[in-house]
Design a protein around this ligand. Sequence first.
Ligand code: GTP
Ligand code: MG
Length: 528
Amino acid sequence: MSTAIAQEAARRRTFAVISHPDAGKSTMTEALALHASAITEAGAVHGKAGRRGVTSDWMDMEKARGISITSAALRFEYRGHMFNLVDTPGHADFSEDTYRVLAAVDCAVMLLDAAKGMEPQTLKLFEVCRHRRIPVITFVNKWDRPGREALELLDEIQEKTGLKPTPITWPIGTGGFFHGVIDRIADRAVRYTRTPGGATKAIETELTPERAVAEIGEDWERSRDEADLLTAIGSDHDQKAFESHETTPVLFGAALSNFGVGRLLDAMVDLAPPPAPRPDVKGDPRPLEEPFSGLVFKVQANMDPSHRDRIAFVRVCSGRFERGMVLTHAATGRPFATKYAQSVFGQERATIDEAYPGDVIGLVNATALRPGDTLYDGRAVEFPKIPSFAPEHFWTARVRDSSRSKQFRKGIEQMEAEGVVQVLRSEIRGDQSPVLAAVGPMQFDVVKHRLAGEFNTEIALDRLDFSLARLTDAESAPVLTRQRGVEVLTRTIDGALLALFTDEWRMRGVLRDHPDLVLEPLLADTRA
Ligand SMILES: Nc1nc2c(ncn2[C@@H]2O[C@H](COP(=O)(O)OP(=O)(O)OP(=O)(O)O)[C@@H](O)[C@H]2O)c(=O)[nH]1
Ligand SMILES: [Mg+2]
């Protein structure tokens, strides 16, 4: 029994796909599923405007804007391995969602845009991965378009992340002349030929050196010389160094035309670490073979307009999950029934009967569950909470048509449960106009859009002139309330008292006059 769990865990690969906005995460997620034969045709073939949405971008607003707003999980099998892949949103306003996903995976695929190299979110995410000790496989995407020099990109990666890049593949040709890659591990070269529209796997042909010289010529010779140089300077993959976060394997390709995607999938099988025991709040790792434990990393409602339910995404951390088992919800100590457990593939779902460490499962109608919660069977365990970010934008929300007040309340409660925004209240403001707090302003667009779409309720939002929140206590609150440019509100989800200030300068002024006030930062662990 216990060896079965170890064996099942060993064949799991649990990944986040991350990057700066627009580098191609959703296209790549789709391409990976295509290569694993989990889907038969990529949906991103019609270009951004009229394209059929990619599998992981299912929300209306995502289809309309062509960006990912919320993370999406895909589960599929490849080469005897069970992949759990989570496509994340790149936009900084939604980074809280991305960080929750990073709390639940064992490895990350980082995409770089060939023309842009390291961008601000790229850098931030590399830092988060280092902080969380998540190994990163780097894929330089959009190599089919004019871009930077490959060697120059390697230098930039090394310089900005401190990680040593170890190319697994090396591109043959650049700037729209992307012929194929040299596979530095398999010691061979392949040529890619695009299928119409890039809808299906690219055709791969083996390139012997003779053929390469004859058919490609100069681009091949240059690529081969560069690959030799890499070997000479010792830029080879080293599994130990990769797992201890000293290096990042690098691959080159184009997700849109499916160039290099199969090679990435193989690297994910061969290089990515399988699930390991997860440390609990005290730092003690829970052995994989202990009874079930899992971490809720995401809650999402109304994914399916015809069902209107709330689904909690759980990463299995130990043991065997069996549908129907009754678990304990660590936060409340209450039993939790798992009759409606599902595997998720973008917006589609299917009943799942069993799962193992590394798997992501969806628990339906899990109204009590919040991101960061632990569920377990057997010996009690609680995993560390996923820290929430310090909000910097504060807007009041109210319903436009008061006959929709009930739906308004329900909608806001839903947005809070999912962590789309934080909800703050005070007696003075009353229930009719709570304050919504967010890391980035686009989160308010999501609230507005989803309340209209899912709750048929139009809302009005008004920006408040605050940009800073601090945790305070009941003693300090009355003093703070008397200050100009300060407001104290209660965060509904945990009852914490938050003092809002117009800016840092204002807060310092208040502290100068009242040095004994309790004002603690709301720490996001990514900035640690
Ligand atoms: N030329 C080219 N375009 C690509 C490639 N991969 C993705 N794209 C295009 O780049 C744009 C962004 O792709 P997405 O997959 O939506 O990017 P994303 O990283 O998921 O974006 P966010 O989720 O909004 O951060 C789309 O228009 C894609 O068609 C590629 O390999 N080559
Ligand atoms: Mg996307």
